[in-house]
Structures are given as structure tokens and as C-alpha cells.
Design a protein around this ligand. Sequence first.
Ligand SMILES: [Zn+2]
Ligand SMILES: [Zn+2]
Length: 350
Amino acid sequence: MYTAIGYAAQSATTPLAPVKFERRSPRPDDVAIEILYCGVCHSDIHQARNEWGIAVYPLMPGHEIVGKVTAVGASVTQHKVGDLVGVGCMVDSCRSCEACQANLEQYCLEGPTMTYATPDRVDGSNTMGGYSDSIVVSEHFVVRIPEKLPLASAAPILCAGITTYSPLKHYGVKAGDKVGILGMGGLGHMGIKFAKAMGAEVTLFTRSASKAEEARRQGADHVIVSTDDAQMQAAAGHFDFLLDTIPVQHDLNPYLDTLRFDGVHILVGLIEPVEPPVHAAKLVLGRRVLAGSLIGGIAETQEVLDFCAEHNITCDIEMLDIRQINEAYARMIAGDVKYRFVIDMATLKI
Ligand SMILES: [Zn+2]
Ligand SMILES: [Zn+2]
């Protein structure tokens, strides 16, 4: 064991504050990482405030981690001291179930061990995330950061990036497909870049016409203002895929009308009952699919990082001093960030 430092919440109602805590010494298959940057995801806020009812305190968020390897266990073969590496949303899984065998650890039938607030599979300790100076993770769950990628803006690829890339790949988005992206936050702006890089014709759905110019700057070909019924109706039967990144309740029915027959509406931002209900006729009459998708497996997380390096894709970020983390949360809730805060861990001192 050794003493690490970081920022954690002690309860659902207390702000994040500096703490010292124990990290394990590397096991034979572990990689010890000095964290250089960590992205700030909306899940971090939900968990710190126990909005999903599954928080364990102290809760140290952070699952968009990039850093440098400082030590490796005796059996590690994939990484060596000095390598630039990343850790995303998961740090372990059962590794033997059908999902794990298919490189889909995020759907592990026993449940993956998440990067924070989950019991470690070996010693039962509460996992502590990336708002910290270091982390120790089994090598299978550590990915390589391609040299070409700027480190800080690569961090959000580990959650926001893989979350949007994985479903576009899974459903086979290809050149010429018409893809609609719902919402342009941390996830949505990455969705635009990926769909565009896959050759699709990309449309952003947004509630505010003021985002049109910015959407085009991100690579969108078209913009539909979703509150304008005439624009929505004009798009009836148009899209092959909708990537829905909206994290709050919204009526799916008007969007389903914009899908072609066999079109797929993919939810990645919502984990609540859909309200108002989906009218089944909108699915049945056009053989349309309403789908969901969760992050991506470890192999695919490596794939998206390599894809980003190849296509010069990074996340648009605002660098954050960790001492401003609570203010950053308030700004994220107000939608006031373009598009991801990334903590510069050089600002972490206790
Ligand atoms: Zn996340
Ligand atoms: Zn499994």
C-alpha cells in the first residue's frame, strides 16, 4: 500500500474536497499510473451526489484518465514504465462470461468493476477514480494512448468518445448514411466528428437555432431545430440512424418519425424510463429499432483511440484546475462548458 491524494465526496451533500487515501501496491498483473489528466463526466456528478442511489463514500470520481506508467507487476506484458496510457470507465470484469469472452466487458454478466465506487474483485476495497495523482489497474483494462494524440484532449475519448463511437460501429454506419445526432454536449460533439469521419451525412438536432453555426464548425452538414414542428416534419422518413445523447427526459416520438424504415434510434444518454411513452406504431409500421448502448469494450476503446489518431479527432476541452472542481460541476449542470472539462493534475497538491 502507499498513500495517494485526490478529491473525493464524503457524502451526497458535501462538495468534493482533498483527501489522502491508500492505493494498493501493484499485483503481478497491475500497472501503476501517474495521472496527468482526467476528464470530468456528467456521471461523476450523478455519482458524487448519489443521484443513481448506488454511491459508496468516500467517492472519488474520474473515469477519463490519461497518464504515465510508473511501475508494472511481474507478469505485465502489454505496458512498460514510461508508456503513455489511459483508463476508462472499467477496471475489471469476470473475464470468463460470454460478454467478456466477446471483448464486451461493459456487458459482463457479473457486472464490470467500475473505475470508482465499486468493490475491487480481489480485496473488496472501494475503487477510487481518476481525480487523483495515481491509480493502479490490471493491465487488461489499460489502453495505449497513440503518440499523435494530445494527451489532455484524448482523455474524454475514454468515456465520451467510446460511448458515441461504439454504437456507430456496431450498427455499421458507413459512407452516405444519413445520421442524426441528438444533443451537442460532450457526447454529441464527439458523435458528430465520428459519424462525419465514417463518411455519413450528419445532421444535428438541437433545441436552439443559435447552435447552428457551432454545429457546422464541428462538422455537421445540417441542423434541425427540434422545437420547430415544420423542420421536424420536413425530415420525416429521412434518417438511417439517430444517435441520442440527450441525458434528460424527452419525447422520442417526433424523432422516430424522422427515421426511414429499418432506421435505428440509439439511446446513449438516458437510463430512466422513457417519458412520454413511445408509440409502438412508430416502430412496428416501419420495422424501426429503438436501441441502447453502453461505453465500449477494452479492445474497442483501444480501437477508438487509434481511430482518433488516424482521423485527427480530439475532444474540445477546457482545462481545469482541480481546486475549481465544484464550480466546474455547477457550470456543467448549467450547460456552460465547451465541451469537456479536463483536470490538469499538476494542480493537485495537498
Ligand atoms: Zn463518463
Ligand atoms: Zn464477465
